[in-house]
Design a protein around this ligand. Structure first.
Ligand code: NAP
Length: 304
């Protein structure tokens, strides 16, 4: 029976460690602070940001939630970031993505002071990550490594295959796995005979954004499956394709009219040695790692 890697328990342990660090910093008169910028009214973004602000309060981090309308311009956001860069009590700046189409996302993200870039997306931090001198690593990939390490899943010498090469997830996940001495293969939409490659994975990380894309035939039995994907399904036929006969999911689907599925088909989990469920896996680590990065940024900025 495959082992479930419990994102909730691991995230809780990380948040507890962060809260302890925050208390230790308080004794030195330091309170880490996070500014979260929410643009427009995308329902999912609102939920994510409010959740981040709530967890800041839980662990003792100061937070400032700043909202801007859907019509915001690049110049206005650049001005906002400049003011946050200058604020002493702000250690981390988070711009919730996606931003509206009229905004030049890259120039906004690039304007964040690298020392306050708690999402780890600034090119300087991406370069440091590649050079193995990680300052602030992107939260979701950092969460993937925490899950593996805290679950005592060996990484060194294992073949880790990452499907997806985004700057946010796939590339940094591959780099972090490489620094843990995995042999790493990165796959993407132009990869030929994907299944023949993924079947070689001891650790398979799926960050694709396509519901249940990795099927049982694409998985090596006993592999560790890390499912980063978060896909909301609302169609009955799609639901049946993934969860037919699953009474618990059925009840939730009937109640909410939707459910979440990862990038790995649930049937593939049955073959795995260990796997992260969706929901309840990697997603929960992202916010925990954001808290950890904010404390790290607060310490680094003060030379601690
Ligand atoms: P993204 O920027 O859209 O990147 C998707 C990647 O998947 C691309 O590199 C793409 O390849 C690859 N891909 C697409 N179709 C493919 C195919 N048929 N075969 C092989 N590779 C394929 O997405 P992302 O931001 O990395 O996010 C990926 C997933 O993770 C999404 O479901 C997202 O919701 C989820 N996510 C979760 C968290 C969390 O907290 N758990 C955080 C961030 C994202 P190309 O580069 O060739 O186009």
């Amino acid at each position: 029976m495959a082992r479930i890697l419990d994102g909730a328990a691991i995230a809780a342990a990380i948040k507890q460690e962060v809260a302890e660090e925050v208390r230790a910093l308080a004794a030195l008169g330091i309170r880490p602070g996070l500014a979260a910028v929410l643009v427009g009214s995308v329902a999912a973004s609102e939920i994510y940001v409010r959740n981040k602000v709530r967890i800041c309060a839980e662990v003792g981090i100061y937070s400032d939630l700043i909202t801007r309308p859907e019509t915001v311009t690049t110049a206005e956001l650049l001005e906002l970031v400049a003011s946050l860069n200058a604020r002493e009590e702000i250690d981390g700046i988070l711009i919730q993505l996606p931003l509206p189409v009229q905004v030049d996302v890259k120039s906004v993200l690039d304007s964040i002071l690298p020392a306050k870039d708690v999402d780890g997306l600034h090119p300087l931090n991406a370069g440091l990550l590649q050079a193995g001198r990680t300052a602030l690593a992107p939260c979701t990939p950092a969460g993937v490594i925490e899950i593996l390490k805290r679950s005592q899943i060996p990484i060194s010498g294992r073949h880790a295959i990452v499907v997806g090469r985004s700057d946010l997830v796939g590339k940094p996940a591959a780099m972090l796995l490489l620094h843990q001495n995995a042999t790493v293969t990165i796959c993407h939409s132009k990869t030929r005979d994907l299944g023949a490659i993924t079947r070689q994975a001891d650790i398979l990380v799926a960050a694709i954004g396509r519901a249940g894309f990795i099927t049982p035939e694409m998985v090596k039995p006993e592999a560790t499956l890390i499912d980063v994907g978060i896909n909301r399904i609302t169609e009955r036929a799609e639901f049946d394709r993934f969860f037919a006969g699953n009474a618990k999911r059925e009840a939730a689907f009937a109640k909410n009219g939707s459910t979440l599925v990862g990038d790995i088909h649930p049937k593939a989990f049955e073959l795995a040695g260990a796997y992260t469920p969706v929901p309840g896996g990697v997603g929960l680590l992202t916010t925990a790692m954001l808290m950890a990065n904010t404390v790290r940024a607060a310490k680094m900025r003060r030379g601690l």
